[in-house]
Design a protein. Sequence first.
Lengths: 210, 294
Amino acid sequence: MTGPEVRSAGGTALLATFGSLADVVAFRAGLAQATLPGLTEVVSGARTLLLRFDPTTTDAGRLRSEFAQVSPVSAALEAHDTEPLVIPVAYDGEDLDTVTELTGMRRDELVAWHTGQLWTSAFCGFAPGFSYLTGSDRPLDLPRRSTARTAVPSGAVAVAGEFSAVYPRTSPGGWQLIGRTEVPMWSLERTPPALAPAGTLVRFVMAGAA
Amino acid sequence: MTALTVVQVGYGATTQDLGRPGFSDMGLGAAGAADRGSAALANRLVGNRPDAAVLEALLGSVTLRADAYVVAATTGAACPVEVERADGSVRGAASHEVLLLAPGDTLRIGIATVGLRAYVAVLGGFAVDPVLGSRSWDSLARLGPPPLSAGDVLPVGDARASWPIVDAVPQPEPRWPDEPVVLDVAPGPRDDWFAPEWRATLTGQAFSVSADSDRVGVRTTAATPLARSVARELPSEGVETGSLQVPPEGFPVLFLADHPVTGGYPVVAVLTPSSIDLAAQLRPGDPLRFRILG
């Protein structure tokens, strides 16, 4: 693992870039164990961490040198202490046939692939509660649909690229739909409102299967 | 409880405050006033704490009736302002001054002549129900107190710091309509994804504000697009308010308060805070230029 490259992103943020999503997750976990004065918010991306800071407390130079001291923490080590969130899924998505065709997998193999690994919420975006989940197994690297749907229903379970996700609300979307869940990913009745903020471990299970 | 009733709203108005930072990990941005400087000035004029909620009214055009004595002020886009008494008589008033409304008075804010967003503060702040700790409407997440409608009753809160200590402040200098607004940017974080001449392309021509601009971003067009040197797709990454995100067409989108948490196109440069406020006041068709700091 090579050290991150740090770029400036305006007067009150730095963007650290990494070679892999695993590095992002590891440095994010490392940051959680460190204290960097003036660091106000960390925003995870697929290959980056955006570090927002309070310019009245610190400055870009100081934050850069403090961040250089942060050690990555392996997600595998963390996983031992944390019970993953369990999301039951009915695997009857509209794009199942497309996905089995693209991957050469049978339906049961696809379901086994999706339920058989530990997923980590790498970052959220697109909509409140939309978690980009990265798996511990080989990703399928599926392309997005050539035409995005104008309305993907809330609760749709989808895959695209190196990620899987659950649509928290009805919204446009171009990911391949493989199933659906009744578990709400976003609710203002709950604290925090997002079910799987960045860093959350997730396991999918077949709905109805104990 | 003291309250104001929305009598009329023209082009859209929302309550805004300092926003709700800290939810990026859940895919929710901060929102908050698009022109922070003008919102802060409105609060300061009436004697509010900085976290008091104000109204952000597109092109002004909002009418409010007070049911008790209310101290109010408007800032931001230059709008005609008048106060109509309960007996129908009209009192002249102006933007950027402290107004005392009596019970039954109607505050009429007309259509903006310069700028896009007017801010209205009342002493105590607008105390609509907060969502996740903020009274800001987020147009992208569709979360927060909903946009105002005629008939809405807006309670006045207790976010006061003092009584007003000034009567008025100078209005921003009007500019010639065809004179471009100059916005300052700091390069990065992805300036190296663009051909080296990006600096000349960005600073060497006037850009124009597109009609599809909103609280998410100011979209621009120009004669010459910015050319990329790195063609591959950018994996989604966190973006700052004020980012100049460059989609494949090559013309920057200037991210405002409701921008997405992460973006999938490279950010060539980021506006300074005061330039974000200037950008938030640009209207479709307005000309602008960029100046690169450092």
